[in-house]
Design a protein around this ligand. Structure first.
Ligand code: MG
Length: 317
């Protein structure tokens, strides 16, 4: 599969001839997801390594982490202004919201998953498993029943750049936390570096990126009674790797793609059968993404030093 680069004058912020060539259909199913007059926009730049985008419609803003800069930033949709939401962020990485709309965050420095209450106070949700410290929680998603599922690949303690160097105390894993009962369980233990994760729209499938396997893959598991089983490879991300992932309401998987160079990096979109149906081509390695905007039809992508967005003809699951 070739990944041809875009013309060099496409970036930064060059005018796009519609339809935007950065939205690349590889299958007719992707053409249904693309709006003919929507362009990929760079909405923020100048950061170090952005991650963990999460939409707050009630505040009209996107929050995202800049992990090395030890900040969570806030992009205001009305003005386009970027301000600091939290600093220090304890080297926050992945973010999401729970069923009550509260911010849930993976922190590398504290090696915890935290919840920010409506009054702004921060509650620790998970920090240890069987008396061992978590390595460095990376990404997080909340299930329909309110359970918090998060990955712990340990990347955040490999350097002093995105946390603090330390030895891994636990095997890498995906955990499920029942925040009401405080029950924490390892639910996926067969991946090298479990990273981004999301559920299918009906909650019956859990997708998990393995960004440490060779080749880099995305796996899928059957979910029942708070457990994940029957793990199998969903797609091979060669020659690059994925990181954060999200499903749309049709069950397509939108996967951040990086490390593959011009023409590969950006977002790869897979149909539920695993076919690569299209790409959003970006000029930087993409780390993560989310759907947002008032109609949830705006895709936000954190990519290396910048944040990008594009309106699409579907909505987030
Ligand atoms: Mg990640």
């Amino acid at each position: 599969m070739p990944f041809p680069p875009l013309p060099p004058d496409r970036w930064p912020d060059a005018p796009a001839r519609y339809p935007d060539p950065a939205l690349r259909a590889l299958d007719p199913r992707f053409e249904e997801l693309v709006l003919f007059n929507a362009a990929v926009e760079r909405i923020a730049t100048g950061h170090r390594w952005v991650e963990g985008p999460v939409w707050f419609g009630d505040h009209g803003c996107l929050l995202f982490s800049d992990i090395p800069s030890d900040r969570i930033l806030r992009w205001d949709a009305a003005t386009g202004a970027v301000t600091t939401f939290r600093e220090p962020s304890r080297h926050a990485n992945g973010n999401t919201r729970d069923r009550q709309g509260r911010l849930v965050t993976c922190e590398h420095l504290t090696r915890q998953v935290t919840r920010t209450e409506h009054d702004g106070s921060v509650t620790m949700l998970a920090g240890t498993y069987r008396d061992w410290r978590l390595n460095a929680p990376n990404d997080v998603v909340v299930a329909a029943d309110g359970a918090v599922w998060f990955s712990d690949p340990g990347y955040g303690i490999l350097s002093d750049y995105e946390g603090r160097v330390a030895d891994l105390e636990l095997p890498t894993a995906v955990y499920r936390l029942d925040p009401d009962r405080g029950d924490l369980r390892a639910v996926v233990e067969d991946l090298e570096r479990p990273n981004g994760l999301c559920f299918s729209p009906d909650g019956a499938l859990l997708y998990v990126v393995d960004s440490g396997s060779s080749p880099r893959t995305i796996h899928v598991y059957d979910v029942a009674d708070g457990a994940a089983g029957g793990g199998r490879v969903f797609v091979d991300m060669s020659p690059g790797s994925s990181d954060g992932i999200r499903c749309d309401v049709r069950g397509n998987l939108w996967a951040a793609a990086g490390g593959g160079g011009d023409g590969y990096d950006g977002v790869h979109v897979f149909a539920p059968d695993g076919t690569l149906i299209g790409q959003v081509v970006l000029p930087e390695s993409c780390s993560n993404l989310c759907f947002g905007g008032p109609a949830r039809n705006r895709l936000f992508m954190t990519a290396s030093r910048s944040v990008y967005s594009v309106y699409v003809n579907t909505t987030g699951a």
